[in-house]
Write a protein that binds this ligand. Structure first.
Ligand code: SAJ
Length: 440
């Protein structure tokens, strides 16, 4: 029976470790955070994910999963550590390097190392392998290495870890086959073998495709109001075509995947990856566009109070990483003429003040809906109308029933329908473009 060590017990490592442990493997989870190790060993979890607590408890109670601070000897090592980007949009592989170096003294003949972290193309072969080669083991014959990216949707991680197809990229055939045998213990989806660099690019392109598609929708959302048409209707009807799937516009692209992975390609191919980099800053401009829509809405109101509805990067999660709402909060805070109240039912801890729903609406001059949390569809516009000061609402997600809010006396403005840009906003993009996109 092979022992597996999973390094990095975050939103991918912990579910993966737990699923392997409940499928018969002895799993030694390793994390640099003592509190994470402690919580897991008590059968608890440190991230919000449906079903994860039950799974971790089963894994820990079975005796097959234990968490450690120190690296542990095993036969298979799965690296599921963060690969963030720096301020200047470069991949930060320091966590991958630290994890790889931590297991160097433990590696022995026949072991397998799998990198699951989303990584720039070439990371496994050109960055990880040279480090592992310092063990003195012959890569591909003594020591096997692969890149096996995950593709799960936060909020559906456990189901998708089991059901999604899996791309297995080995540095050689033997590495790919050994990795497939490990995943075969729980993956019900098809498994496709390829080389490590192809697997890296597959994962990045999945998210890059989504980012470019969202940018297309956002560009349409900036064009449509000048034609007095609704971008959401255009997309809805265009998607009736059997081979069209235009994504939705929004106030920006958040999360630590879609807004990050495309930069891994731009960093390596700055002169060639033009659509990819353009899409990144069209999406990164949307918070600014939304801010201009807000300023235009409240321009005749002295010292207006803004109600920011939703802080997370997408609906029905508690994750605020890279959320466009954080950018809007910052822009509003920097404007001394604006007052702000923020409400998000999913965010329990935040560095700044959060309001209750009623307090957030009280005396508001403009409600800015940033996230289409399920709860928000049930807000009663008539009740809200009785406590706001000015009846303005900006919907950036096409989440609200326009007629209900209009009948309650609100001026409803929908991103992609009700705000035609002026020259200044466009000039601002050019400035941002120069600022953001200086070929590295
Ligand atoms: N968004 C839009 N318009 C859309 C879709 C999304 O503006 O039509 C915005 C969302 O509001 C959010 C951001 O984009 O701010 C990202 O949302 P998401 O749900 O697309 O992305 P993630 O990061 O939660 O999950 C993605 C998924 N990738 C794909 O769908 C191709 C998931 O399968 C990946 O595993 C995950 O990234 C990851 O871990 O890489």
């Amino acid at each position: 029976m092979k022992e597996i060590s999973v390094l990095g017990l975050g939103y991918i490592g912990l579910p993966t470790a737990s699923i392997l442990a409940t499928n018969g493997y002895i799993v030694k989870g390793v994390d640099v955070s003592p509190s994470v190790v402690d919580i897991i060993n008590k059968g608890g979890i440190h991230i919000e994910e449906p079903g994860l607590k039950t799974l971790v408890q089963a894994a820990v109670n079975s005796g097959n999963l234990k968490a450690y601070i120190q690296p542990q000897q095993a036969d298979v090592y799965i690296l599921a550590v963060p690969t963030p980007i720096t301020e200047d949009k470069r991949a930060d592989l320091s966590y991958v390097e630290a994890a790889a170096r931590s297991i160097l003294p433990l590696l022995k003949h026949g072991d397998l190392v799998i990198l699951e972290s989303t990584s720039p193309p070439g990371t496994t072969v050109d960055f990880l392998c040279p480090i592992l080669a310092e063990s003195g083991l012959e890569l591909g014959t003594d020591l096997f290495v692969a890149h096996c990216p995950e593709r799960v949707l936060p909020g559906k991680i456990i189901k998708e870890l089991i059901q999604n197809t899996r791309i297995i990229g080995g540095i050689n055939e033997a590495s790919a086959r050994m990795s497939r045998d490990i995943y075969a213990s729980f993956v019900e989806g098809d498994m496709h073998l390829t080389d490590a660099t192809t697997a890296e690019m597959v994962k990045i392109m999945e998210n890059t495709y989504r980012d470019v598609n969202i940018a297309l929708a956002n560009e349409l959302a900036r064009i449509s109001p000048s034609l007095n048409i609704n971008a959401w209707d255009v997309i809805r009807f265009a998607n009736l075509h059997p081979r069209v799937n235009i994504h939705s516009p929004g106030p920006g692209v958040g999360g630590h995947c879609i807004s990050v992975d495309p930069w891994f390609i731009v960093e390596k191919f700055p002169e060639t990856a033009r659509i990819i980099s353009q899409a990144r800053h069209i999406n990164d401009f949307m918070p600014e566009f939304t801010y201009r829509m807000l300023l235009d809405t409240v321009k005749d109101i002295p010292n207006p109070k803004i109600t920011l509805l939703g802080l997370t990067y997408k609906p029905d999660v508690d994750d605020i990483r890279e959320s466009p709402a954080l950018k809007l909060r910052e822009l509003i805070e920097q404007n001394n003429d604006l007052r702000l109240a923020v409400y998000d039912p999913h965010v329990k801890h935040f560095d700044y003040e959060l309001s209750g729903l009623e307090a957030a609406f009280k005396d508001s001059d403009c409600i800015l809906l940033m996230v289409d949390h399920a709860e928000f569809k049930y807000i009663n516009p008539r009740q809200v109308a009785s406590i706001v000061r000015s009846r303005n609402v900006i919907d950036t997600r096409n989440a609200l029933h326009r007629n209900d809010w209009t009948e309650a006396g609100f001026q409803v403005r929908l991103l992609g329908r009700d705000y035609a840009e002026n020259k200044e906003a466009i000039t601002r993009l050019t400035f941002l473009e120069d600022q953001l996109y200086s070929p590295v």
